[in-house]
Design a protein around this ligand. Structure first.
Ligand SMILES: [Ca+2]
Ligand SMILES: [Ca+2]
Ligand SMILES: [Ca+2]
Length: 319
């Protein structure tokens, strides 16, 4: 039961987004927006339903995406997913091998229903603002270094910030594991066909994801597309744990996660609103006290967290 005194705050911000994504399989895709050709299917290979972004049909172009229906924290994260690209066919790549075009893991500020260009656009082309990790299986002239690589892309541009060729074929129907880790500075990508996390990153690049998105929160998920070349592009499992970092007040680190609420509102936005409406320091401290008392009563903050925030507010040179 939520105490009546906290209802205005909860009405304003809703409950905190969990910021955690966990799909051991896709038997229940609740919490995901499925766009374009995306669907959950039984692929006849894996033991449970998978997320099929695009099917292996030659219709002159298919695109699909799946994103979290609510924003999650992206200031730092650990992400793991497994993919299987099979039934490859159609117009061969410059190596003479069938299959295309590939998929991306994307972090974006466009919306849950975002879907970009088809074919070599990987369902990602044109999505701004965004950062993506691409799994590319078809060399597009002037765009790609080869026909089997991973890349780190920004703002829907398929010319990667950095790319690394990977031996073999991602679209040979075998299961691949991908780890994407971001510590707030360095984005690291690891790809394995054994399920064992490689010690050394396959690809790494310094990227300011909150800077690119203009936010510590974004929609995360996958895109894929085909054109003359095609294949079943399946995500078999996915987990994502994100953080928005700590709430700081006028440079004072509260040690409390800068919580993300429904609609993209963060704890820092609520504290900033107190600073904006207060005319005196006492008024600011009182506003933050009222806010944090309500959040504690709602079970969103612990007593220790409430005290830490109030302590920083008292020391802040605000408003
Ligand atoms: Ca290929
Ligand atoms: Ca390509
Ligand atoms: Ca590429």
């Amino acid at each position: 039961m939520i105490p009546r005194t906290t209802l205005p705050i909860l009405f304003l911000v809703g409950l905190p987004a969990l910021g955690q994504v966990s799909f051991p399989d896709f038997s229940d895709p609740a919490g995901l927006a499925l766009n374009g050709s995306s669907a959950t299917v039984d692929n006849g290979i894996d033991p449970a339903p998978v997320l099929r972004l695009v099917p292996a049909v030659d219709l002159g172009g298919n695109g699909g995406s799946a994103f979290t229906s609510e924003m999650v924290c992206v200031k730092g994260f650990s992400c793991f997913f497994e993919f299987r690209i099979g039934a490859s066919g159609g117009f061969p790549d410059p190596n003479g091998e069938p299959g295309g075009d590939g998929l991306t893991f994307t972090i974006q500020g466009v919306g849950a229903n975002a879907l970009g260009w088809l074919g070599g656009g990987l369902g990602y082309g044109g999505l701004t603002p965004s950062i993506a990790v691409e799994i590319d299986t078809w060399q597009n002239p002037g765009q790609d270094p080869d026909s089997n690589h991973v890349g780190i892309d920004a703002d829907g541009d398929l010319v990667s910030l950095a790319a690394a060729g990977v031996p073999g074929r991602f679209d040979d129907g075998n299961l691949r594991s991908v780890w994407v880790d971001y510590d707030g500075v360095l984005l690291e990508v690891r790809v394995s066909d054994t399920g064992v996390r490689p010690a050394v990153a396959t690809l790494a690049r310094i990227v300011d994801i909150p800077g690119v998105l203009g936010s510590e929160a974004g929609f995360v998920g996958f895109t894929a597309a085909t054109f003359g070349a095609y294949g079943d592009h399946d995500i078999v499992s996915w987990s994502y744990q994100g953080t928005c970092g700590n709430l700081t007040i006028d440079g004072c680190d509260t040690g409390v996660e800068n919580l993300l609420f429904t609609g993209g509102i963060q704890l820092s936005d609520l504290v900033n609103a107190c600073a904006a409406q207060a005319t005196t320091h006492g008024g600011f401290v009182s506003c933050v006290a009222s806010l944090t008392n309500g959040l504690k009563q709602a079970g969103i903050l612990t007593g220790r967290q409430k005290s830490a925030i109030q302590s920083c507010a008292a020391r802040a040179n605000l408003p």
